[in-house]
Design a protein around this ligand. Structure first.
Ligand SMILES: NC(=O)c1ccc[n+]([C@@H]2O[C@H](COP(=O)([O-])OP(=O)(O)OC[C@H]3O[C@@H](n4cnc5c(N)ncnc54)[C@H](O)[C@@H]3O)[C@@H](O)[C@H]2O)c1
Ligand SMILES: [Zn+2]
Ligand SMILES: [Zn+2]
Length: 398
């Protein structure tokens, strides 16, 4: 029987590829998962969410196997699985969800009540239910019939794997950010963050027909990718406030919709500005027009050992709600319920409706052995989306 090599978090800024047993159809509490399958990973991405763990800011035990953005081939099927078949090439939504609880039945797979004993929310490769991550050769996926999106044609999917690998998380997440912010044809949008999620949000605003797509960041290389794709940018390393920079583009200081693609590790305004966890939210409160919407996929956490004070350590931040309230703001936060969006976004990719994704994301495929170096570069702000090809399947297909 094959073993399993997997990317393991060993402590702040330390990841190692370690060897484990081949996975069984068994969950983190030792429960049988005959409703699950074993997936041989074809593409498994490194995410900004992994960076929160990598930096030691989102507490996770040493020994956690990372990876929640997973795509692969089904190689073993549990006896209760009815429709997913051995050989299917599948996208695995990063939320672990049972399909049977009240929240799943209402479509809120981001808040499944059965996949994590500690709270109503679970994900692979996180401190959220103990499910093994997929930055590995193999992983177990429970509730396979409910969770998995099988691609209709394997050869066609392998040709478009560079974009399809984004369906397990960041493309639906960027789309969710825009959609919940109310982006529609003609909307003007400000997206904070030009990381992979912000760039997917820009592509999603494009698909939704936004008239102006403005992306903010201080990272010049990432802003360059956004500009090259034809979108406008705000440079948060300049002292001019975001509203001034938006006014210079649109002639008005407000947009219809705002997306937070950064989270609590965000920095304030100006050159070398230090971290300021409320910078993005308070900016959105300012620049989103009255009655406008805000999508907040950026993560806000508690338990950060580097928090500036006890309140922030408990996840309590100084939001300018007294200034924002009168504008009747609408705000949607939390994990993206990937299943809401992944099938339609898959079709948009398969039908070549999102040609702008590939240059925006600037995806690089890497081997498992290159992962520690990729984490280091991604943490330093590389304008790249790193996708692990653990078996060399993509290399071989190419
Ligand atoms: N809700 C979800 O389901 C979900 C899913 C995926 C990722 N996320 C979260 O989305 C966020 C972004 O992910 P990513 O992979 O793009 O991360 P990333 O770390 O690569 O990118 C974040 C970017 O934000 C920039 N930034 C910092 N402060 C800023 C500010 N004040 N204004 C504008 N930009 C600023 C940084 O320079 C960086 O380029 C992370 O918090 C991640 O955990 C959430
Ligand atoms: Zn992710
Ligand atoms: Zn559920």
């Amino acid at each position: 029987m094959a073993g399993n090599r997997a990317v393991t978090f060993m402590g702040p800024r330390k990841v190692e590829v370690k060897s484990y047993d081949y996975p069984k159809l068994v969950g983190p509490k030792g429960q049988k998962c005959e409703h699950g399958v074993i997936v041989k990973l074809v593409a498994t991405n490194i995410c900004g969410s992994d960076l929160h763990i990598y930096r030691g800011r989102f507490p996770a035990p040493s020994g956690t196997i990372l990876g929640h953005e997973n795509t692969g081939e089904v190689v073993e099927v549990g006896s209760h699985v009815e429709f997913i078949k051995k050989g299917d090439l599948v996208s695995v939504p990063f939320n672990v969800s049972c399909g049977k609880c009240r929240n799943c039945k209402e479509g809120h797979t981001d808040t499944c009540m059965n996949a994590n004993d500690e709270m109503d929310c679970a994900a692979y490769g996180f401190n959220l239910g103990g499910w093994q991550g997929g930055q590995a050769e193999y992983m177990m996926v429970p509730w396979a019939d409910f969770q998995l999106l099988a691609f209709p044609d394997k050869d066609q999917a392998m040709e478009k794997i560079r974009d399809l690998t984004l369906l397990s998380d960041i493309l639906p997440t960027g789309f969710h950010g825009c959609y919940t912010a109310g982006v529609r044809p003609g909307s003007t949008v400000y997206i904070a963050g030009a990381g992979p999620v912000g760039r997917c949000a820009a592509a999603s605003a494009h698909l939704l027909g936004a008239s102006a797509i403005i992306v903010g960041d201080s990272n010049q290389e990432r802003l360059a990718l956004v500009k090259k794709a034809g979108y406008q940018t705000v440079d948060t390393s300049k002292l001019d406030p975001v509203a001034d920079q938006i006014e210079a583009i649109l002639g008005v200081r407000e947009v219809d919709a705002g997306v937070d693609a950064v989270g609590w590790e965000c920095h304030g305004q100006g050159p070398d500005a230090p971290e300021e966890p409320t910078a993005v939210l308070n900016t959105l409160f300012q620049v989103v027009r009255a009655n406008g919407g805000m999508g907040i996929p950026g993560i806000y956490a508690r338990g950060d050992p580097e928090a500036r004070n006890e309140a922030e350590k408990q996840g309590k931040y100084a939001l300018a709600i007294g200034q924002a309230w009168i504008k009747s703001p609408h705000l949607t936060a939390g994990q993206c319920p990937v299943m809401h969006y992944h099938r339609e976004l898959m079709m948009a990719i398969l039908q070549d409706r999102m040609p702008y994704l590939t240059p925006l994301l600037n995806t690089q495929f890497i081997s498992l052995d290159e992962v520690p170096e990729a984490y280091r570069k991604f943490d330093a702000g590389a304008p790249v989306k790193y996708v692990i090809d653990p078996h060399g399947s993509i290399k071989t297909a190419a």
